[in-house]
Design a protein around this ligand. Structure first.
Ligand code: ATP
Length: 501
């Protein structure tokens, strides 16, 4: 059973063991930005590899992509982000701190522990008319400021844009206002035609991408759960209208099982179906995969959203393409232009698909599983954490799935003499060609085992006196602590089989 019940505990665990550090720490830190340390980068890379293997490598119907973060500004006009990707915020009149309106709590909830995602289940107001969102915002007279505790002293809700802006171009005259992408998905939609034209994909098929996204989030302070720079793993699965419900169910099941198969405990994972009034107007259905973070009283929070986005995105980009001339005429100023109306024959537009067998053209529907790499890395970490009593001592360990473990094998000489370090070094040099290994000869061997348990290393190999006589070594397994003797020439095969790599 995990014993982590406070967010601070996981933050200090991550720091102590070199998983995650505050960004720019020596300068006092940069809020809501984090750096992955030596163990953290291995863990996060393994999470990405596991996603890619499952969603791209093992499937015949998905291809990959890696798009640039900076994209043409019209992309964000067409997607709706330029006008509507905002959070509604209210400023406390006493301390002048702004909070997301949907994250404000009633005064009676004052003593409840502060949840990891800061409470709300609502989405950003993406694709919702801002006026309507403001009208819908509840009465704030009973709400409490999370910063200073003042009740009901808020300004009216106002929109706060979440996209980071930057300038592109060296000359003042032709420099252009750009946005750091707030999601990776749009890069996939704008490359739909390129992928169709250059590969043999046929509908149904998907395009997958892992990459950084940026959002100037209002509410942070939740470690890597909600940051301003984060990584997403997104799949856009294109299918024929009418088959979309089947594919939606398919991806729900696939994605849920992905977390379970990588070791997340079943009781900590669930779906949360979005109610009709929570859905974006174009979405037919949406569900979140939620994880029960053990902090406070236990808090279900979104790891991934899976949505049936219909044909909205490709149709919007067809409108975006029709707006290009107007954009040039307006010197590239997005604020002065409206997105062009849709063509009457939009079904045969530039982002349509021609089905050879049925001899018909249509705009495909899209099923989108959209996962957060940092959030799932945090969930894998928290879920793997364990403490147990062994011979009167507490053993801390991370029971990572083998595929996720940052280090796969620790290699030790029992003592630093009698030729043992040399033999252990040779084994290390050989095995590191295949697995991420760690060589350690410092301190008592028991302590070295504990250190690897804490890093989540599944196997440790120890060279001892007997090795020098019969060429066998001890292989110790992390979870059971069982030890077996294996001949050195069988070692690689033995570990490969056990690790299933
Ligand atoms: P939330 O409601 O928590 O702000 P969202 O519904 O806006 O999230 P999506 O736009 O659906 O999130 O993004 C897909 C996934 O990307 C989320 O499920 C989450 O795992 C991840 N994600 C989104 N925003 C952040 C963030 N600020 N920090 C870390 N991960 C994020």
């Amino acid at each position: 059973m995990t014993k982590i019940t406070k967010l601070d505990d996981i933050v200090s665990l991550c720091k102590r063991r070199g998983f995650i550090f505050q960004s720019s720490e020596i300068y006092g830190g940069l809020a809501s930005c984090y750096d992955y340390g030596p163990l953290g980068v291995e863990l996060k890379n393994n999470v990405k590899k596991a996603w890619w293997k499952n969603v791209v490598q093992m499937r015949d119907d998905v291809v990959g992509l890696d798009c640039s973060i900076l994209m043409h500004p019209l992309v964000w006009k067409a997607s709706g982000h330029a006008d509507q990707f905002v959070d509604l915020v209210a400023e406390c009149k006493k301390c002048n701190i702004r909070t997301r309106v949907d994250h404000l709590k009633e005064k009676i909830a004052e003593t409840e522990p502060r949840p990891l995602g800061s409470g709300g289940t609502q989405e950003h107001t993406e694709h919702i008319a801002i006026d309507a969102a403001i009208a819908k915002a509840q009465d704030l007279s009973g709400k409490i400021c999370p910063n200073c505790g003042t009740v009901g002293q808020f300004t009216d809700p106002m929109p706060f844009r979440l996209m980071f802006e930057t300038q592109m171009g060296a000359n003042v005259d032709d420099s252009m206002l750009m946005y750091l992408r707030p999601e990776t998905a749009q890069g996939i939609f704008v490359n739909f035609r390129n992928v169709l034209d250059t590969t043999r994909v046929k509908i149904p098929f998907g395009i997958a991408q892992i990459g950084k996204s940026f959002r100037n989030e209002v509410t942070t302070k939740a470690f890597i759960f909600r940051t301003r720079e984060f990584e997403q793993a997104e799949l856009e699965f294109f299918c024929e209208p009418g088959t979309d419900e089947k594919w939606y169910e398919h991806w729900k099941e696939q994605r849920f099982n992905w977390y379970l198969n990588l070791g997340i405990k079943k009781e900590n994972l669930k779906f949360r179906v979005h109610e009709a009034d929570e859905l974006a107007h174009y979405a037919k259905a949406c569900v979140d995969v939620e994880y029960k973070f053990p902090f406070g009283s236990g808090d279900w929070q979104e790891l991934e959203g899976i949505a049936n986005r219909t044909d909205f995105d490709l149709r919007q980009h067809q409108r975006g393409m029709r707006t290009l001339n107007k954009w040039f005429e307006n010197d590239g100023n997005l604020n002065n232009i409206k997105l062009a109306e849709e063509a009457e024959d939009y079904q045969s537009g530039p982002l349509s698909y021609f089905d050879d067998e049925q001899r018909k053209r249509y705009i495909p529907y899209v099923i989108e599983p959209s996962a957060g790499i940092d959030r799932s890395t945090l969930a894998f970490l928290v879920d793997a954490y364990d403490e147990e009593e062994v011979r009167g001592e507490t053993r801390n360990l991370l029971r990572f799935h083998h595929a996720l473990a940052p280090i796969k094998v620790g290699i030790f000489p029992l003592v630093k003499k009698e030729g043992m370090p040399e033999v252990a070094q040779n084994i290390y040099n050989d095995l590191k060609k295949y697995f991420n290994c760690f060589y350690d000869e410092k301190g008592a061997v028991g302590r070295r085992y504990r250190r690897q348990d804490e890093a989540g290393t599944p196997f440790c190999v120890t060279v001892d006196g007997q090795t020098m006589q019969d060429n066998t070594v001890t292989v110790r397994e992390r979870d059971s602590m069982e030890q077996v003797r294996i001949s050195t020439d069988q070692l690689h095969n033995h570990l490969r089989e056990k690790l299933e790599l």
